[in-house]
Design a protein. Structure first.
Ligand SMILES: NC(=O)c1ccc[n+]([C@@H]2O[C@H](COP(=O)([O-])OP(=O)(O)OC[C@H]3O[C@@H](n4cnc5c(N)ncnc54)[C@H](O)[C@@H]3O)[C@@H](O)[C@H]2O)c1
Length: 259
């Protein structure tokens, strides 16, 4: 659902990290569809360029920036590239993470290697912090900004295996609330979306499809979750419609976690 009647982001600039693959592509397309100028940021620069080029072909304004969110200098260059291209940064969607494109072990807590634990924390926790630090000055200067962090339903209900990932996603909940309090005085809202298990892989194997299908059991809405199911929540939290909403976590999982 790229074509939307809503144009809530006309004149806004949005950075979506991890927008070269998976759900991030859907966020980028929806925000661009609502009128935002898009900065498609990803470790995979070639794929990011393809997404940006496809948006430009559809008449949107978009650039791609190769960036590693775990690297301070790299996210500094990302913020500079966004400002050089579009002059402002209105929206940041902290979506990039080690998940499936940059994979993590789905193993029991005592089978995960310390080096993988450290790298995952660097990308999935430190990454959103570094990226936020890089873009906050531009938002503060204008007295307006929208930050949307991506957690996971697993942080709210636990998930046997991949404790490093679930721990990192739980950190994003506290990160969201603290940032919301620190940045509220600058007119910047900070919210979080917690997706349920989503079929985001471009070419999912049978094991992945059946793992996603297993999640139907504890859901009120009995179908597989797709990236398109998440874009409305992110667009709302990126738009002026949510200007008096901050520090919140919106669970989008078909009614698995209810809180
Ligand atoms: N798919 C799901 O079931 C699900 C469920 C809950 C939460 N999430 C979260 O949603 C977000 C997107 O998930 P997805 O399924 O699209 O994941 P994905 O693995 O398909 O895509 C993640 C993207 O982030 C990029 N990336 C990874 N490390 C990076 C780094 N260091 N710097 C910059 N970019 C980097 C990858 O290249 C990729 O394009 C993630 O934060 C994930 O944790 C996903």
């Amino acid at each position: 659902m790229d074509e939307v009647n809503c144009r809530r982001l006309t004149g806004a600039t949005a950075i979506v990290t991890g927008a070269a693959h998976g759900i991030g592509v859907a966020y980028a397309r929806r925000l661009a569809g609502e009128g935002a100028r898009l900065v498609v940021a990803d470790l995979d620069g070639d794929a990011a360029e393809k997404v940006a080029a496809s948006l430009r072909e559809e008449g949107r304004e978009a650039i791609a920036v190769q960036a590693d969110i775990a690297d301070e200098a790299s996210v500094g260059r990302l913020a500079t590239a966004a400002l050089d291209a579009f002059g402002t940064i209105t929206v940041l969607v902290n979506n990039a993470a080690m998940f499936s494109v940059v994979p993590m072990s789905r193993a029991s807590f005592d089978a995960i290697e310390p080096a993988e634990w450290d790298r995952l924390m660097e990308v999935n926790v430190k990454g959103p912090w570094l990226t936020t630090r890089a873009v906050a000055p531009a938002m503060r200067e204008r007295g307006y900004g929208k930050i949307v962090n991506i957690s996971s339903g697993t942080a709210l209900k636990g998930s046997a295996t991949r404790i490093h990932y679930v721990t990192a996603k739980a950190a994003i909940l506290g990160f969201t609330r603290t940032l919301a309090r620190e940045l509220g005085g600058d007119g910047i809202t900070v919210n979080c979306v917690a997706p349920g298990s989503t079929l985001s892989e471009e070419n999912p194997d049978e094991a992945t499809v059946s793992r996603r299908a297993e999640r139907l059991g504890d859901r009120a809405l009995k179908r597989v979750q797709m990236p398109a199911d998440l874009v409305g929540a992110v667009a709302f939290l990126a738009s002026p419609d949510s200007d008096f909403v901050t520090g919140q976590t919106l669970v989008v999982d078909g009614g698995s976690v209810m809180h």
